[in-house]
Design a protein around this ligand. Structure first.
Ligand code: 6CS
Ligand code: FE
Length: 286
């Protein structure tokens, strides 16, 4: 198979540049008017996609998985640095039929099909759990930059659906996005250490795969920052290349969200464009 031309080179030694996105945002032209906010801002938010029962059942699952002795040493349960507090549980859709059922009910897959203009499959699912008082931050990044460099995702033809299991207030570490930033691909400097995910999933400010402060400032000057708040049961679907982050959570109110990533079946993973070995299945389904 001829290797795909890399139109999104990143993790480079040269000075990283801001490249125009070489691909559509909403891939099905007929869906552009239906998803105009996604086309323009790179994300769309809806309230009440899960009812209270589904939310409650998922939260019970999260607590069950967080203390399940069988998962104590499982690589898919990522804990906050220097603590046993759960930061993320990967493969959550496979680990819990309750969560997988809630994802079904949320309608995320049909929104993904409309935006991506094709059949879709789950590239990655995770639960990001931010306990009260000591929930960790996630620094500014584009998911696609990581999935391109470390998982071999050819184009930004993937979307993440973040489904809130607790109220996402402005004060308990909600998702922050730069609306419109999805149209610019920010190259990152440096090269990827082997098995880098063992560090990047835990570090609040990863040393590779994040844009420079100068680039983040320029994007802020152009796009500003939206704080995406929403009640438990709400859902935010965002473009794989949208610049996003979330602050730590020192409020008493935990913030727990399911993230499920849908990739187009026409955008299947190839060998990582950053040259490292493919990451494990729980991070990037092949
Ligand atoms: O490496 C990844 O796939 C994960 N890292 C971040 C910061 N967001 C996307 C994903 O969960
Ligand atoms: Fe992310």
């Amino acid at each position: 198979m001829v290797a795909t031309i890399d139109r999104y080179t990143t993790r480079i030694s040269a000075t990283p540049a801001a490249l125009d996105r070489a691909d559509p945002v909403v891939w099905d032209p007929h869906m552009r008017t239906r998803h105009v906010d996604f086309e323009v801002d790179g994300f769309t938010h809806s309230e009440g996609v899960l009812d209270e029962r589904h939310v409650r059942d998922c939260l019970n699952e999260v607590h069950r998985l967080g203390v399940d002795p069988a998962l104590r040493a499982d690589v898919r349960v990522v804990r906050e640095k220097g603590s046993s507090a759960v930061r993320s549980i990967f493969d959550i859709a496979k680990l819990s039929s309750v969560v997988s059922d809630a994802i079904e009910v949320s309608g995320a897959a049909s929104v993904a099909r409309e935006i991506l203009g094709s059949e879709v499959y789950i590239h990655q699912s995770r639960l990001n759990y931010k306990p009260g008082f000591r929930g960790g931050a996630f620094y500014w990044h584009s998911d696609f930059e990581t999935w391109h460099a470390e998982d071999g995702m050819p184009a930004p033809r993937a979307v993440s659906a973040s489904i809130a299991l607790t109220d996402n207030h402005h004060f308990n570490g909600p998702l922050m996005v730069m609306p419109g930033s999805h149209r610019t691909f920010l190259q990152c400097g440096g090269s990827t250490p082997e098995r880098y995910f063992e560090e990047s999933l835990v570090e609040e400010i990863p040393r590779v795969g994040v844009p420079s402060e100068d680039m983040i400032t320029r994007m802020y000057d152009r796009h500003g920052i939206d704080v995406v708040t929403g009640a438990a049961g709400s859902m935010t679907v965002f473009d794989s290349n949208l610049l996003h982050a979330s602050a730590g959570n020192i409020s008493p109110v935990p913030r727990a969200n399911i993230f499920v990533v849908f990739n187009s079946v026409d955008n299947r993973l190839e060998s990582p464009f950053g040259g490292t070995a493919p990451r494990p299945e729980f991070l990037a389904a092949r």
